[in-house]
Write a protein that binds this ligand. Structure first.
Ligand code: UDP
Length: 157
């Protein structure tokens, strides 16, 4: 099988975080993502288990809010998706806005929908390598390859 891997910078990973209020916004958030020029390469609604959330957020494990993040992220289903666009990681970070929504610019997803830092509605990868790791954390090989062996996202692993 040809081991074609996508170029760096062509995709990013996002989650719409749990909560009834966020579920009400799913359609509008996806429209904002589409209107900003991103194409959805993969998407699923899934409920994280505690171990998975701890693994996903392990870089925050020494932070005082770590347990709150894990509890929140396992409290209901997330919408996980891989988004394709040139300069995807940086452009998507721009679209979601600052971690603290009170500091997010007008027109960003967090400015529009988020109430607080710990309920900031969306996740977006902060580097190409993290985008690949996070995308492959959620989507299996069968979801990432076409019949010709082309890998749509991840580093061809
Ligand atoms: N977070 C929090 N309290 C804080 C800082 C972060 O609850 O003081 C949560 C928040 O949900 C954030 C996530 O931890 O989105 C990851 O933090 P990071 O600094 O990576 O921000 P992001 O990349 O999501 O903007």
């Amino acid at each position: 099988m040809e081991n074609y891997a996508p170029k760096k910078g062509t995709f990013t990973f996002t989650m719409i975080k749990p909560g009834e209020e966020n579920q009400d916004y799913i359609g509008e958030i996806l429209t904002m993502i589409h209107d900003a020029g991103f194409r959805i390469q993969a998407m699923k609604m899934v409920r994280l288990r505690t171990k998975q959330a701890e693994m996903f957020y392990r870089h925050l494990s020494d932070q005082p809010f770590f347990q709150d993040v894990v509890n929140y992220m396992t409290s209901g289903p997330v919408v996980a998706a891989v988004l394709e666009k040139d300069n995807a990681v940086a452009d998507y970070r721009k679209l979601i806005g600052a971690t603290d929504p009170t500091k997010a610019e007008d027109g960003t997803i967090r400015k529009r929908f988020a109430r607080s830092t710990d309920r900031n509605v969306v996740h977006g990868s902060d580097s190409d390598d993290n985008a690949a790791e996070e995308a492959t954390f959620f989507f299996s090989m069968g979801e990432r390859y076409n019949n010709e062996g082309h890998c749509f996202f991840g580093w061809g692993n």
